[in-house]
Design a binder for this molecule. Structure first.
Ligand SMILES: O=C(O)CCC(=O)C(=O)O
Ligand SMILES: [Fe+2]
Length: 386
């Protein structure tokens, strides 16, 4: 059922945007020389050629520095290229190496290490009938940087939490993201098999996170250590990404299914989530209702569906994550077992998982034969990621 590389429909390459990138760099330089709160208007005045979305991405809350002087922002600016954004847009993810430089990566690793005794166990969030249950993971610990005490122990990460360089650079090339704010989380995996089950970071109905960026800080990583990030860009084949030092991975927070494979070695990283401005956008209205009614009709029709039509429905934005969950149900169950200690909480989580799979199986029954048989001969249209 996975999409063969040769059959992918390739959209046209976006136009080069060197002048826009230059305008973004001018703005970031201006922000660096004037360290406090930048408004959208100030940002546009500093770099007149800049699109509104990029200027808005540069604005910060009062008192927060807009960009850093203590990390090599130049390398971060250069990390976000048109090629990176094209990959992110078309495939749902991108990988950037040597993003901060070895010495900054080493300092950040020290900071994560210094915070270890302030960390709490990472939990899997189980959404069930409107309520959220928490299932602790073994060996994976995390800290947000909200309290002054933790910020003092991790000053570089605390500055990175506010730095707008990444947001501005992404917004120049992908203004449709409307990025406006960000949050950081530091993570320490003690090894001993610590891992994450398959999940999506969020959903449009939960919060406004759009882009997940994970930054790896593991200079000693070697094959066999495990802890790879596995992405499932459904319906394409999974991709494993090694958590090597100074690597940043970007992906769609809402649509990229992913997990962390069991890690045999200590593993350090941090995540910055980039969010859309303008509050939670709950899709609704007549058009959405019509769309849903059409989906219900297609799924309940007595007529058998052709392969192309079945796949079109499986990749519909409302159904795609359920289709992926069904397609990977065995691997998904294994990942839940691997990530949590045995006991009643795990048993409950597995029971809920099986109930969900049964519901999905019933709802998507007309699509399952086509999904099991693989994509149609002409290939599939790539789904939208953002
Ligand atoms: O540690 C990683 O590579 C990914 C972590 C993750 O998926 C998460 O925090 O949601
Ligand atoms: Fe995640």
């Amino acid at each position: 059922m996975l999409l063969p590389a040769a059959a992918r429909a390739l959209p046209c390459a976006p136009p080069h945007k060197p002048t826009l990138l230059q305008a973004a760099r001018t703005l970031l330089a201006a922000l660096q020389s004037r360290p406090f709160a930048a408004s959208t208007a100030a940002a546009r005045a500093a770099a007149p050629g800049l699109p509104a979305a990029a200027a808005a991405a540069a604005s910060t809350s009062p008192g927060a520095p807009a960009t850093l002087s203590s990390v090599p922002i130049k390398s971060l600016q250069q990390a976000i290229t048109p090629q990176v954004c094209q990959h992110l847009q078309e495939r749902g993810f991108a990988v950037v190496d040597n993003v901060l430089g070895g010495s900054v990566a080493a300092a950040l690793r020290e900071e994560v290490s210094a915070l270890r005794r302030h960390m709490h166990k990472n939990c899997t969030h189980l959404v069930q009938g409107g309520a959220t249950g928490l299932l602790e993971k073994e060996h994976v610990f995390e800290a947000e940087l909200i309290q002054q005490q933790t910020q003092a122990l991790a000053p570089l990460a605390a500055q990175l939490q506010h730095d707008s360089t990444l947001r501005v650079m992404l917004s120049v090339l992908m203004p449709e993201l409307r990025l406006h704010s960000q949050a950081i989380k530091l993570q320490y995996n003690a090894g001993r098999g610590g891992c994450f089950p398959m999940h999506f970071d969020t959903d449009a109905s939960l919060d406004t996170r759009k882009v997940t960026t994970i930054w790896y800080l593991n200079p000693g990583w070697k094959p066999g250590d495990g802890g790879e990030l596995r992405l499932y860009p459904f319906p394409e084949a999974p991709v494993d990404i090694e958590p090597v030092n100074d690597r940043m991975v970007l992906f769609s927070s809402q649509h990229m299914l992913h997990r962390v494979l069991p890690s045999a070695a200590e593993r350090y990283c941090f995540t910055i989530w980039l969010s859309e401005g303008g509050g939670l956008h709950r899709p609704g209205g007549a058009a959405v209702e019509r769309d849903r009614a059409e989906l219900r009709r297609a799924l309940s029709s007595a007529e058998p569906l052709g392969t192309g039509e079945a796949w079109r429905l499986a990749l519909h934005p409302e159904l795609r994550k359920h289709a992926a969950k069904w397609a990977y149900r065995q691997e998904w169950e294994r990942s839940i077992r691997e990530s949590h200690p045995t006991g009643p909480a795990l048993d409950q989580a597995l029971q809920t998982f099986h109930q969900e799979i049964a519901i999905i199986g019933r709802a998507l029954a007309p699509l399952l034969p086509a999904m099991a048989a693989g994509p149609p001969p002409g290939g599939l249209q790539r789904p939208a990621w953002f």
